[in-house]
Design a binder for this molecule. Structure first.
Ligand SMILES: [Zn+2]
Length: 238
């Protein structure tokens, strides 16, 4: 039976039968796939090391009746320290949830794969606040999907907003709005919008440079997730 070699990060695991698991994996070659790992919950299973959430590795899969089965697995990186604090685990969980939500089967997305790999690395091993990496991931994912918001001028009247101290943001209009055009929208500081603009421009390999002041982090957390939940129609347990 022909086998496919894939490089993948396990986004989610679901226990199944007595000792099996279904792995939802983001692969470089085939996008999102669901793979059955038979017997992986047995202590001596050769799949045990790979079959846990966040693990990256090289796998071989075989296809039977439209279903993928794990044929071999080489766990390369478990990002183990993610599991050592609640904050790291929560940020990593949000990141893989969002990645799964926007991914499709048989649609490889190399940029998303590299972005996810970098985000998990920094959440596991970096000295950043995990929320900063989570926000940088979300900002870049939004841009990758073609939803980068307008941030320096009003989406309605085009007025330059860089000199304003407070700016409003509209999810439905996809960007910042001046006081005259939309007083009903939520207001954010110029600092927060400038941080968001910079995060979207940042190279994926430079995400470790994101270090937000506490107030800005809180503002951006609200802004980015309200916007992401609006455009991607997902609900995150925050
Ligand atoms: Zn305006």
């Amino acid at each position: 039976m022909p086998k496919d070699v894939l490089n993948g990060i396990v986004l989610r695991v679901t226990d199944y039968r007595e000792s099996d698991r279904i792995l939802n994996i983001l692969t470089r070659e085939r996008g999102l796939v669901a793979v059955v790992a038979r017997g992986c919950r047995k202590a001596n299973s050769k799949y045990a090391a790979y079959s846990s959430q966040f693990t990256f590795g090289e796998i071989e899969v075989s296809e039977m009746a439209g279903k993928l089965r794990l044929a071999s697995a080489n766990a390369v990186e478990s990002f183990y320290p993610i599991r050592e604090s609640y904050e790291q685990l929560l940020s990593a969980t949000h990141v893989v949830y969002a990645a799964e939500h926007i991914s499709r089967g048989d649609v490889p997305n190399d940029e998303l794969f590299v972005l996810l790999y970098n985000a998990l690395s920094l959440i596991a091993y970096g000295d950043n606040d995990p929320k900063d990496i989570e926000l940088a991931f979300m900002a870049k994912m939004i841009k990758l999907c073609g939803y980068a918001p307008t941030l320096t001028s009003c989406v309605k009247c085009g007025r330059d907003l860089r000199a304003c101290r407070q700016i409003r943001f509209s999810n439905s209009l996809g960007g910042s709005v001046c006081e005259r055009c939309g007083s009903a929208f939520a207001a954010y500081s110029t600092l927060a919008l400038e941080a968001l603009r910079r995060m979207m421009l940042l190279d994926t390999s430079d995400m470790r440079r994101v270090r937000l002041p506490d107030g800005v982090r809180e503002e951006l957390y609200a802004l980015i997730y309200n916007y992401a939940e609006y455009i991607f129609e997902f609900t995150l347990k925050r």
